[in-house]
Design a protein around this ligand. Structure first.
Ligand SMILES: Cc1cc2nc3c(=O)[nH]c(=O)nc-3n(C[C@H](O)[C@H](O)[C@H](O)COP(=O)(O)O)c2cc1C
Length: 190
């Protein structure tokens, strides 16, 4: 895939085939995160890779999935993420943690997708529980979680009409409305 195709076709994936991801591959993603831009180059972020099944199950219990899908939905046991990368922020180091985390997350998700690996960034998470499960020291905040695995679902972009809510069709394909280019773009002034 060319780089622009990687960007255009990356979609959030929430259902995964149960093939493992190697530790080397997951480290490659964290390396891409490490090299992302960082406000004032303060680099407040650290990462925990989780790929052991038992710990993956515990992390899964701290996550909320696809809030717009009703009734409440979560991936079935046979399609849960096979690995996670937890983004941690060292407290008191930088006022730019949110921005840095977004940039590092996108580096990881785009690199993963370039290898055909799907991902979902999760911010609707039980941070206290995740801290306990992973023994995260007090002076670190759990920022967000990246769920990973081989995709077991399809997701497509559609032109947004009047709602931002993604939805699943009768074939299980996720449709993600995005605002049109002309609705978000201003040239040489508003
Ligand atoms: C900061 C952030 C937090 C998110 N939190 C969650 C979450 O807790 N659960 C979830 O299922 N998806 C979550 N998502 C995924 C978004 O729902 C998804 O990116 C959005 O619907 C657009 O779809 P796309 O990634 O396919 O373009 C999050 C995304 C971002 C950027």
């Amino acid at each position: 895939m060319k780089f622009d195709e990687i960007i255009m076709t990356r979609r959030t994936i929430r259902r995964f085939k149960q093939f493992p991801l190697s530790l080397d591959f997951l480290k490659k993603l964290v390396n891409a995160a490490r090299l992302a831009p960082s406000g004032a180059n303060l680099q407040p972020l650290e990462y925990i890779i989780v790929n052991e099944k038992e710990i993956c199950e515990k992390i899964f219990s701290a996550l909320k999935w696809a809030g717009y899908i009703k009734p409440e939905w979560k991936p079935d046991e046979s399609e849960r993420p096979v690995a996670y990368i937890i983004i941690l922020a060292r407290r008191g180091v930088s006022p730019f943690c949110d921005i840095d985390a977004g940039l590092s997350a996108e580096n990881m998700m785009l690199l993963a997708w370039s290898y055909g690996i799907g991902s979902c960034m999760l911010g609707n998470i039980d941070r206290k529980k995740i801290k306990e499960i992973l023994n995260v020291p007090d002076n670190y905040d759990v920022h967000s979680v990246i769920a990973l695995g081989f995709p077991a679902e399809k997701s497509v972009v559609e032109e947004m009409e009047d709602s931002v809510e993604y939805w699943r069709d009768e074939n299980g394909v996720m449709h993600v409305p995005k605002r049109k280019l002309e609705d978000v773009l201003h040239v040489n002034g508003f």
